[in-house]
Design a protein around this ligand. Structure first.
Ligand code: PFF
Length: 473
């Protein structure tokens, strides 16, 4: 059965594709700002510990589930639980999550394409005005850019695993590294750049509070694309001779390395624009940062390098963000596509068509929910606030369900699939890990404290997002 499914052709192909999924808006913008606001070096250290101690074991578990079954999340849960209805329900849950996050992420990718187009056509000055973003997201142009994004994703995914996803990652990921380093080097030469580096790196332990700790864990979890079914699906395309734990380690390091370097690009840029920046006032929303704040900073460069030079730097930045977003977007859309291929036996293009149509309908609704349609803009109200359709996607699927899915994976792997089977899969292609302290750590942590921590994160997030109660304050 696995023969008809796609497979990555090499270990590096897999690592680049999985890193492509992991490296996204979370790394390029949210991480640097979160680190600066929340204790600089102290945050970085804590984040690194979370990546290695909590996220890495989970990543190994997700990849092992996928590779063992050669299935999407639903198929994996179904097969390893002998058709248990309750596990099939959870498996379904893990298919709906990526689908809905895909809708959310498509909307943001559409805006990136739109901004890139505006920069290339000489409109950086317009983009840097405060009111532009609100007008842009409510203009009919977004539907044109949406069609472009869907066409791009379709073009990539129709090629399948090796000729679509892997080929794209092998080209875009190295390009992303080069652009990131080039921009970082340029930004570091700006006046007052080192003030930003200082703020980014100097540890301030007093900022490490309970909400900051929980936020750092959620950030690491999200950044590594955990709990989204992506790593189960990509694991299902991994060759038996590849070492799961070493590959997971490389993906986690690449993702964290990119996040770290992004800080050395974003913070110096902010401080060279305004050496007096009060970091506590910086927005922690990636969207606000990318579409409102950064265009202003890029435009200010015109004093030194002229309007064309400033537009060039802005253009490079938006291309970088677009590359990061596209490799993440294809990874998340691949999950439901794999679901239709595995579970219904559909050919890839038919599966893509169905997923594409369903997603397009919901993405249009999400795009209408910033003001174009009052019904979707004021869709419901909870925690004392009116919420749009887009807000719900963010609160339910981004904020809340990811740690719950992580919890489900821990319990399923350790208590239903069982430790011995999990270890056997980990050792396939990675014999060296057998009976090491590392393997013992992965087993014990997934059985004990990782599910407890994820349950606590989920409970506190639900209390905060849906009932307005801050349990961590
Ligand atoms: N790791 C991705 C990021 O940091 O942006 C998370 C992600 C989000 C992956 C959305 C895929 C996706 F569609």
């Amino acid at each position: 059965m696995s023969l008809e499914r796609g497979q990555f052709s090499s270990k590096i192909g897999f690592i680049l594709a999985a890193a492509g999924s992991a490296v996204g808006l979370g790394n390029l913008v949210a991480f640097p700002v979160a680190a600066t606001k929340n204790g600089g070096g102290a945050f970085l250290l804590m984040y690194a510990i979370f990546v290695v101690a909590i996220c890495l074991p989970l990543m190994i578990a997700e990849l092992s589930l996928g590779r063992n079954t050669c299935r999407n999340p639903f198929g994996a849960f179904k097969e390893l639980s002998n058709n248990s209805p309750i596990w099939k329900f959870f498996g379904m849950f893990m298919m709906i999550t990526p689908f809905m996050i895909g809708v959310f992420y498509t909307v943001v990718t559409v805006w990136i394409v739109g901004y890139l187009f505006e920069i290339v056509t000489g409109n950086l000055d317009v983009l840097s005005q405060a009111e532009t973003f609100g007008q842009f997201i409510n203009s009919p142009d977004v539907f044109l850019y949406m069609a472009i994004v869907f066409a791009m994703v379709k073009l990539i995914l129709v090629g399948g695993v090796k000729d679509g996803i892997e080929r794209l990652a092998k080209f875009l990921m190295p390009a992303l590294f080069v652009l990131l380093i080039a921009l970082m080097v340029y930004v570091l030469t700006l006046e007052n750049a080192f003030l930003g580096v200082k703020y980014y790196l100097i540890p301030d332990i007093s900022k490490i509070t309970l909400p900051v700790i929980s936020g750092a864990l959620s950030q690491a979890f999200f950044s590594l694309s955990l709990g989204m079914g992506i790593l189960i699906t990509y694991g299902s395309y991994l060759r038996k001779q590849d070492d799961i734990s070493k590959s997971a380690f490389s993906v986690a390091m690449t993702d964290s390395g990119v996040a770290f370097l992004a800080g050395l690009m974003i913070l110096p840029a902010i401080f060279s624009f305004n050496p007096e920046t009060d970091t506590s006032q910086l927005t922690s929303s990636s969207v606000g940062m990318i579409f409102v704040f950064l265009p202003k900073i890029f435009l200010a460069l015109q004093a030194d390098i002229g309007y064309f030079g400033a537009s060039l730097i802005a253009g490079i930045f938006f291309i970088l963000v677009l590359f990061a977003a596209i490799t993440s977007l294809v990874s998340i859309i691949e999950v439901p596509v794999a679901g239709f291929i595995d579970n219904r036996g559909y050919p890839r293009d038919k599966a893509l068509l169905i997923v594409g149509e369903l997603m397009a309908a919901l993405t249009v609704i999400a795009a209408l929910s910033f003001g174009m349609s009052q019904f979707f803009t004021e869709f419901v109200s909870y925690a004392g606030k009116v919420k749009s359709f887009f807000d719900i996607l963010e609160n339910v699927f981004y904020d809340t369900i990811l740690p719950i899915n992580g919890l489900i994976v821990c319990i399923f792997v350790m208590y239903r699939w069982k430790q011995a089977n999990f270890n056997a899969e980990m050792e396939t292609g990675g014999e060296g890990i057998a009976r090491t302290w590392m393997q013992k750590y992965v087993n014990i942590s997934l059985m004990t404290f990782i599910p407890v921590i994820l349950a606590l994160v989920a409970i506190s997030t639900i209390a905060l997002k849906f009932f307005g109660v801050n349990l961590l304050a």
